[in-house]
Write a protein that binds this ligand. Sequence first.
Ligand SMILES: [Zn+2]
Length: 317
Amino acid sequence: MRDPTFDELFSLLLAVELSADTVVRLREWIAGIAHPVECIALIEQTAVGRPCPHCGCARKHRCGQASGLQRFRCLRCGRSHNALTGTSLARLRKKECWLPYLQCVLESRTVRDTARVVKVHRTTSFRWRHRFVPGAMRDRPATLAAIVEADETYRLESQKGSRRLTRRPRKRGGVATRRGINREHDCLLVARDRSGQTLDFHTGRGQVTTGQLHECLKPVLPADVLLISDGAWSYRHFAARAGITHEAVNVQAGERARGAIHIQNVNGWHSRFKSWLVRFRGVASRYLIHYSGWQRVLDAHRLTTPAHLLCAAVQPG
Ligand SMILES: [Zn+2]
């Protein structure tokens, strides 16, 4: 007996009444299939016209294929490259799994869950997360505009996954040894304008300083913005030094808003970030910026398909 054709199977499937559970299973299955050709074509398209990643020369000739991608040889430096050279995805294998993997990134799945859906090893699932996410999060606005709210959120420093702790281990769900914000806390600075454009910075440990604000915010704030923050002196000093108009909301004294002067949008972002992060059960400090970048990309709703994420990730770093 011959095997049924796809059309025959499909018409059988169409005749079945689908339960909610079956629909979920079908969706998962479909999200997990992609033709390898699709992924390769997207990568090649994104890199069309890109100069040599080693020397910047635009003149090159084709020289065969490797790992499914066209190889080029540069006419100036003589070195070879392909569409992924110099990107965070260079030398990653299993391209047939990349688009399904990125679907899992869009769905904020855990490492374990992603490994199950995409059928890769858990170690691969983890390694890929920290290659694909930094790639995709390069999609960020160059500057913010008009009214910009800025505020920090602090998280207890974490050495999750690290083989050598540089301090005594904490019990699960650990608490800081001292009260208040100190060197045990990672500072995540977020600036968001009223059109929703958002930028995030991991400034390091402890309270944010004027110097750090200057380093992070000065390049992204045009001279004509209005910066709004809480009453922390570092913002006042930074704004004065940078010649930026500044208003402070005295949050500590219970002030929430004075008309349009408030930081509720940026605080809303912080709270969405914190609740989104719960599913990952703690993230290592060194990856904090990857997670905030991931949340920023999802929250911005600009990159909404695996193909969008892939195209952002194959931009050279
Ligand atoms: Zn070159």
